[in-house]
Design a protein around this ligand. Structure first.
Ligand code: ZN
Length: 409
């Protein structure tokens, strides 16, 4: 039986755990060590450390303290791993805790981080998703249920000092081009709410002031939010410090490509069962800068889709040059407008795109001036037929639930 090398207590604050941290820094001490080839289990809080509750109010999403995120379990040392190696990590399984079979999805208020469609959904919203074995459904979003493509949103190794300095320098440079922007251009180091694991005293304070936020994906992987990095996949991470220092968190029961709702996918606390091996000098041998991975042999068999196209012309009709971000936003907005014809509110439709196993594709990036992105909506997740036909859309009775909303105070 695999050992649980990191245990957490959901009744306690993440700050009462010394095997959790929420910043990236090379000096965060390793809290557990494994041998190559050994499998082990790591328990994780949800990414907010329990700030979001299983209830029918979005006030917690509105008032979330974003300087606290993400709470990661680790770092885990792997004997023999050295800078320049690749850490080969098998994600053997992931699950929610039996006494905590639910997850949340939300959109942040524009005044607290905002998100992908913040101009269209400026208020905080929340939906709760019940986990029923491998399936999920929400009392706030009737008419839809699906199998989870369960994955860690955030996983990677500690940066070296050089790597950390590189991240901080380039992100600060971007931030300074428009420091007043909402949402900000980058999440810079911030000692407020920093949790540096087992570090103490002056050393801890100095590291908290310069530790990289966990918000973006970077060369080490980190917050990639790749739905296909699911149980059964094998990932190869660059190693920058002795032992690797692997940390993981932000477990998702399910997510659509892009994690467009931002708060986030179906976010949950739970456990992840892994095994690590070391490929000596693997970074140079394979020319690796960012992680690579092999997907799981098991994925939900939703093979029929309704595919929405979007181009890089924004909502005001303005032309943008090959902008994939805008093209994907248009594809998502087109899908939301379509789902509204079946009786969903815009917020429910947005929640579906953020949680269900929707695929996002960059379809064209060379045909000036328009990029083309597509949003693949699985049709089999709905309790009713969503295909277009000559009779027009049939409005469903979805009065059983609505996504919770909390306007700004
Ligand atoms: Zn997440």
């Amino acid at each position: 039986m695999a050992d649980t090398i990191i245990k957490i207590d959901l009744d306690k604050s993440p700050y009462e755990h010394d095997n959790i941290h929420n910043r990236w820094h090379p000096d965060i001490p390793i809290v557990a060590t494994v041998n190559p080839g050994e499998d082990f289990i790591v328990e994780c809080m949800d990414w907010t450390g329990g700030q979001i509750k299983n209830d029918d109010s979005a006030a917690d999403v509105r008032d979330v303290i974003l300087e606290q995120v993400h709470f990661l379990s680790g770092p885990i040392g792997v004997n023999g791993a050295k800078p320049g190696d690749l850490l080969e990590v098998d994600i053997l399984d992931i699950g929610a805790f039996q006494n905590n079979l639910w997850g949340f999805n939300g959109f942040f208020s524009r005044n607290n981080g905002g998100g992908f469609l913040t101009e269209h959904f400026p208020d905080a919203h929340k939906s709760i998703w019940d986990i029923e074995g491998m399936f999920t459904r929400s009392r706030h979003v009737p008419g839809v249920n699906f199998a989870g493509l369960i994955h860690p949103g955030l996983i990677g190794c500690l940066p070296s000092r050089d790597e950390l300095n590189k991240w901080n320098t380039r992100e600060e440079k971007l931030f300074n081009t428009d420091p007043e922007r909402t949402p900000p251009l980058a999440a810079l180091p911030n000692e407020y709410c920093a949790h540096m694991g087992r570090m103490k005293g002056d050393e801890r304070d100095a590291a908290a002031a310069e530790g990289a936020r966990t918000v973006p994906p970077r060369e080490h992987g980190g917050n990639c939010d790749i739905k296909d990095l699911s149980r059964g996949s094998k990932v190869y991470f660059p190693v920058y410090v002795d032992g690797g220092g692997l940390s993981v968190g932000d477990l998702h029961f399910s997510q659509g490509d892009g994690e467009i709702t931002f708060c986030g996918a179906i976010e949950m606390a739970g456990w992840i069962h892994m095994r690590a091996n070391v490929i000596k000098d693997g970074m140079a041998k394979y020319g690796i800068k960012n992680p690579i991975f092999k997907p799981s042999p098991i994925t939900p068999a939703y093979n029929d889709h309704l595919i929405f196209e979007g181009i890089s012309v924004d909502e005001a009709g303005e032309q943008h040059y090959l902008d994939v971000h805008i093209a994907y936003r248009q594809a998502c907005l087109n899908a939301i407008e379509y789902l509204k014809k079946f009786g969903y509110s815009g917020a429910q439709a947005y929640a579906i795109l953020g949680t269900a196993p929707c695929q996002g594709h960059i379809s064209g990036v060379v045909d000036i001036p328009n990029a083309c992105a597509t949003l693949w909506l699985p049709t089999q997740i709905f309790d009713f037929d969503i295909s277009p036909n000559a009779n027009g859309p049939k409005k469903q009775d979805l009065s059983a639930g609505a996504v919770c909303v909390a306007p700004d105070l």
